[in-house]
Design a protein around this ligand. Structure first.
Ligand SMILES: [Zn+2]
Length: 268
């Protein structure tokens, strides 16, 4: 059976508390041979690390999600450095910028609260990129409604680290902008949604070596599981759709995406 990796799975979320061993079994049975558990704050990152110790197939990414910025310490660097030195940590994240829900209602137009929130997110993002660059790790980047700001925040780190724009839902032109910054994209179950023609177009256009596959589970279950809890086994449906869009075989897709992940995630 062809092999794929789930490069972004929230395995530490309570959604999996009842059946994680079975969930991992199903992933392995579906040919999903490596799973990356990703943290969203330090507690979650520590849980991801614990899972990486417990399961040989699980690796960990540690970091602080921009949507949880208000709970973050002013300086995440000291603790992040410690966490990131643990064995089986393969990258920093998820980090980035998310302007989808700014404080102050619709004051995304420049209200003081929104401005302050954005600049806190930016500091949090910068600190994580600093640690990543220091330790020679790449970053798993989350962005929502903040595409241009993420690209410009990453510019000073060009040549020091690369970012994967995870859960990529952009156009081929946006994907090209990511590539030009030295970055990568990765595709979730969104690529299987009926109304996501543009994402399939992007998945067809991105060169080999510049994209990976992920579930972002428990979110974004691909068709035919859409709306239910997502899990790593469903990388298979994502792979089938991406292979179909690119007109390549599953074997070719397996080779290109696994190799890309091994190059991007240190020690995977
Ligand atoms: Zn995520």
């Amino acid at each position: 059976m062809t092999t794929f990796y789930d490069t972004h799975a929230h395995l530490d979320f309570p959604d999996f508390a009842g059946d994680l061993p079975e969930t991992i079994e199903r992933a392995l049975a579906a040919g999903i041979s490596k799973l990356i558990a990703i943290g969203t704050d330090f507690t979650s990152s520590r849980r991801a690390l614990a899972l990486s110790r417990e399961y040989p197939q699980v690796h960990a990414v540690v970091g602080w999600h921009p949507s949880h910025v208000t709970a973050a310490p002013d300086d995440v660097r000291p603790e992040l450095r410690e966490l990131a030195r643990e064995p089986k940590v393969v990258a920093i994240g998820e980090t980035g910028l998310d302007y989808h829900r700014l404080p102050g209602g619709d004051a995304g137009d420049g209200g003081a609260a929104a401005r302050e929130y954005r600049s806190r997110q930016r500091r949090l993002f910068d600190q994580q990129m600093e640690v990543a660059a220091e330790l020679g790790l790449n970053c798993v980047v989350h962005q929502r409604d903040a595409f241009d700001d993420v690209l410009s925040a990453m510019k000073p780190f060009a040549g020091k680290l690369r970012g994967v724009f995870h859960c990529f839902g952009g156009t081929p032109a946006q994907a090209r902008a990511v590539m030009e910054s030295g970055g990568l994209v990765s595709f979730t179950g969104i690529v299987t949604f009926r109304n996501a023609g543009v994402v399939r177009e992007t998945a067809a256009a991105v060169p080999a070596g510049r994209f990976m596959l992920e579930t972002d589970c428990p979110y974004l279950a691909p068709v035919p599981h859409r709306g239910k809890r997502c899990e790593p086994a469903y990388v298979r449906q994502i792979a089938e759709t991406v292979a179909g869009a690119r007109g390549c075989s599953l074997e070719e897709l397996s080779q290109m995406t696994c190799r890309t992940a091994e190059e991007f995630f240190r020690g995977l």
